[in-house]
Design a protein around this ligand. Structure first.
Ligand SMILES: Cc1ncc(COP(=O)(O)O)c(C=O)c1O
Length: 450
């Protein structure tokens, strides 16, 4: 029996479509190259790597003997900490009762897609895991086209066009997932775009899931907008998700949260998520929750840590952005998170001359010929048979450009974070310098194609 036939007999139709997440796959590819002694500039994986804030680290150590299952909704101290922090950030009161903790925000998103009725609207491009999660839940996904230049801004007409096309083909869009600041673009919504999206969703009775896992790594005040702000989280059909992985560099501890409106709608969905959680993951790790209660707090030391983290990411990400722009690539200026999203379409002629016609081909050429790992735009929903602007996009993550290994993370990390607060600080980042040099060499290679 062929292996495909065997797979089809073994797995459900939905599960046979699942593949190893592209981000994890590139990490393994990089590891293989490193193991065989080759050098790689690793821009492929968005894993935050700053040293843990010291009180957070201590809290985790101190709780290592907490082995009980905690409540499904999460530790009360942590739910209070999340509600305090989000109340301050969004500037209206949020109760701990509205918060659910889980082992990462990914399972919460998975649960929400599984539980909520209807099909899903998703901006193109979006984070790699939403699409498989949506299709695994048996839903149809409809891409909302974004601005050709920044690949993030959404207009009322693109929303209406996607909605109408979905309905015309028998779709039933009832959910919209948004993510700002965005993985992969590094862009963040303006107030005007938030207004456009929330108004559209309200008028069509669409639930917004607002993935704000990068909200505390935002570079510009005018881009701090949230679909949950202005009291909307307490009145509208909107659900907020976030977690410990990005700002706090503790992805492996697996702590995420969701916040629900205190309305009939919110309570119904929250109850379903809790029931789902109770049958699926039970609760997030107890020591990690104790540590997260410190991390999410509004204490001066955590405020300082968040500020330092955001400033270092800003410095590194903007330097990479400027270098790419100087290389002649089309690249939107990042406004948050730790991603840069260049398009190589100014070099379409040279790429096609080399037989490179898609973002997958481009990413393969970069890693094989230039030793640079970056993810192809197609894994974020870009159309690899479409216009060059989308077809030649790559996502570059800057989060691995700080430390060579775990030892450096702790020997240099706190100094890097503290140093960024000094006036006119310009931290030394040798891995960033190497990345820029490698990209300049890659573009020079492209330019030399006749
Ligand atoms: C946009 C976005 N949302 C959610 C997640 C998942 O984070 P976690 O499950 O670690 O909370 C990630 C991680 O890469 C992400 O980039």
């Amino acid at each position: 029996m062929g292996s495909l036939a065997a797979t089809n007999q073994l797995l459900t139709e939905q599960s046979s479509k699942l593949r190893l997440s592209a981000t994890l796959e590139i990490n393994e590819l990089v590891q293989e190259r490193l193991n065989s002694g080759k050098r790689v500039v690793h821009l492929g994986f968005g894993e935050a790597t700053f040293p843990l804030q010291k009180d957070v680290l201590e809290a985790h150590r101190g709780a290592s003997q907490d082995t009980n299952y905690v409540a499904v909704a999460g530790l009360q101290a942590l739910r209070e900490s999340v509600s305090r922090f989000q109340s301050r950030r969004l500037a209206f009161p949020i109760s701990p009762d509205q918060v659910v903790i889980a082992p990462g925000s990914k399972p919460l998103l998975f649960a929400l897609f599984d539980i909520l009725r209807g099909d899903v609207l998703l901006p193109r491009p979006s984070w790699v895991s939403y699409e498989p999660q949506v299709t695994h839940a048996g839903k149809r996904l409809f891409w909302v086209e974004t601005d050709e230049e920044d690949r993030h801004t959404i207009t009322a007409s693109s929303l209406e066009a996607t909605y109408n096309a979905a309905v015309a083909t028998g779709g039933d869009p009832r959910i919209m997932l948004i993510n700002s600041p965005s993985n992969p673009t590094g862009r963040a919504f303006s107030e005007a775009t938030i207004e456009t999206i929330t108004r559209f969703c309200k008028s069509h009775n669409i639930t917004i899931i607002s993935d704000e896992i990068y909200s505390d790594i935002t570079f510009a005040d005018e881009h701090r907008g949230s679909a949950c702000a202005s009291g909307r989280l307490n009145t509208d059909q909107v659900i907020l998700t976030g977690g410990l992985s990005k700002t706090y560099s503790a992805g492996g501890w697996r702590v995420g949260f969701a916040v629900f409106p205190p309305t009939q709608f919110g309570k119904t969905v929250q109850r379903a998520v809790l029931a789902y959680a109770s049958e699926c993951w039970s609760a997030a790790s107890a020591p990690a929750q104790q540590a997260a209660a410190i991390a999410f707090d509004t204490s001066p030391s955590m405020d300082l840590y968040r500020q330092q983290v955001a400033m270092v990411h800003k410095h590194c990400t903007l330097r990479l952005y400027e270098a790419l722009r100087n290389c002649g690539l089309a690249v939107p200026e990042p406004k948050g998170a730790f991603y840069v999203y260049p398009s190589f379409h100014p070099y379409t002629r040279q790429l096609e001359q080399m037989g490179v016609r898609t973002s997958v081909g481009l990413s393969r050429w970069l890693i094989e010929e230039c030793g640079i790992a970056a993810l192809p735009g197609s894994v974020f929903g870009e159309d690899d048979t479409g216009l060059p602007g989308g077809r030649f996009r790559l996502r570059m993550a800057t989060s691995y450009l700080y430390f060579r290994d775990q030892q450096e993370r702790y020997s240099k990390g706190y100094q890097l974070l503290n140093g960024i607060m000094e006036e006119n600080s310009s931290p030394e980042l040798p891995l960033l310098d190497e990345a820029i040099a490698a990209l300049e060499t890659a573009v020079a290679k492209l330019k030399s194609v006749a």
